[in-house]
Design a protein. Structure first.
Length: 228
């Protein structure tokens, strides 16, 4: 191993070379992290032999051992219903009452929520004067959704942002099933994404969107809804 380090091989390269040279001898194989641990004192995080660590591409004198991250559950939205379970009637846009929703961000942590009806493209903008945590977003979304006639509250499609952690409470209050998209998949909410881009004329990224009153946001939505 020292001979390979002297040739400026990276520990990842050495570990791969050992696996190829001795595919059936696990006693010889070693992970690249084990090689790093043999070079740096894990307690002091300092190099044991600088003549070897200087051969590494970074030549760094200190290194923290890499520890696999364990899931904490913080980003898990409990009880979510995937968009794959959404009724087929949502796709063709023939029946009104199916909505898409998202956040439009300003200077963090300011934001407003948007709601767009898929058939008519009717848009509502919801003020979020507090913050974007679930417990702060939920009551404002409920208030806005309850302003929609019950027959027009069929479904809501959202992304999996943590602000939707209380989606079950929203459904309980409004009777509106909520379907969550797959991560990094905005296209099932294409109407909403396009609307958010149009709103940037009024809601720039560098603005503190908490300063917009609900009346001001209603006026912006009214102007957008008058567009042909």
């Amino acid at each position: 191993m020292e001979a390979k380090l002297a040739l400026c091989w990276a520990p990842e390269q050495i570990a791969g070379w050992l696996r190829r040279q001795f595919p059936s001898d696990v006693s010889v194989q070693v992970s690249h992290e084990a090689i790093y641990l043999s070079l740096f004192d894990p307690r002091r995080r300092q190099a044991i032999d600088r003549s070897l660590t200087q051969r590494l591409r970074t030549a760094r004198p200190m290194r923290s051992p890499k520890v696999a991250r364990r899931p904490t559950g913080r980003d898990v939205i409990r009880g979510m219903v995937s968009i794959s379970a959404r009724p087929a009637e949502v796709e063709d846009r023939k029946i009104p009452g199916h909505w898409e929703g998202d956040l439009v961000m300003g200077t963090r942590p300011s934001a407003v929520a948007t709601l767009v009806e898929r058939t008519s493209r009717y848009t509502a903008i919801v003020a979020l004067p507090d913050n974007i945590k679930a417990e702060q977003v939920t009551p404002h979304l409920i208030r806005s959704l309850l302003g929609i006639p019950p027959q027009s509250r069929r479904t809501l499609t959202r992304d999996r942002g943590r602000e939707m952690a209380e989606h079950q409470a929203i459904t309980a209050e409004t009777g509106m099933p909520i379907y969550l998209c797959k991560p990094r998949s905005p296209w099932p909410r294409g109407t909403n994404e396009n609307t958010n881009r149009l709103l940037r004329q009024h809601l720039p990224k560098g603005a503190d969107l908490r300063t917009f009153s609900q009346a001001e946001l209603d006026a912006i939505a009214y102007e957008l809804n008058q567009d042909p």
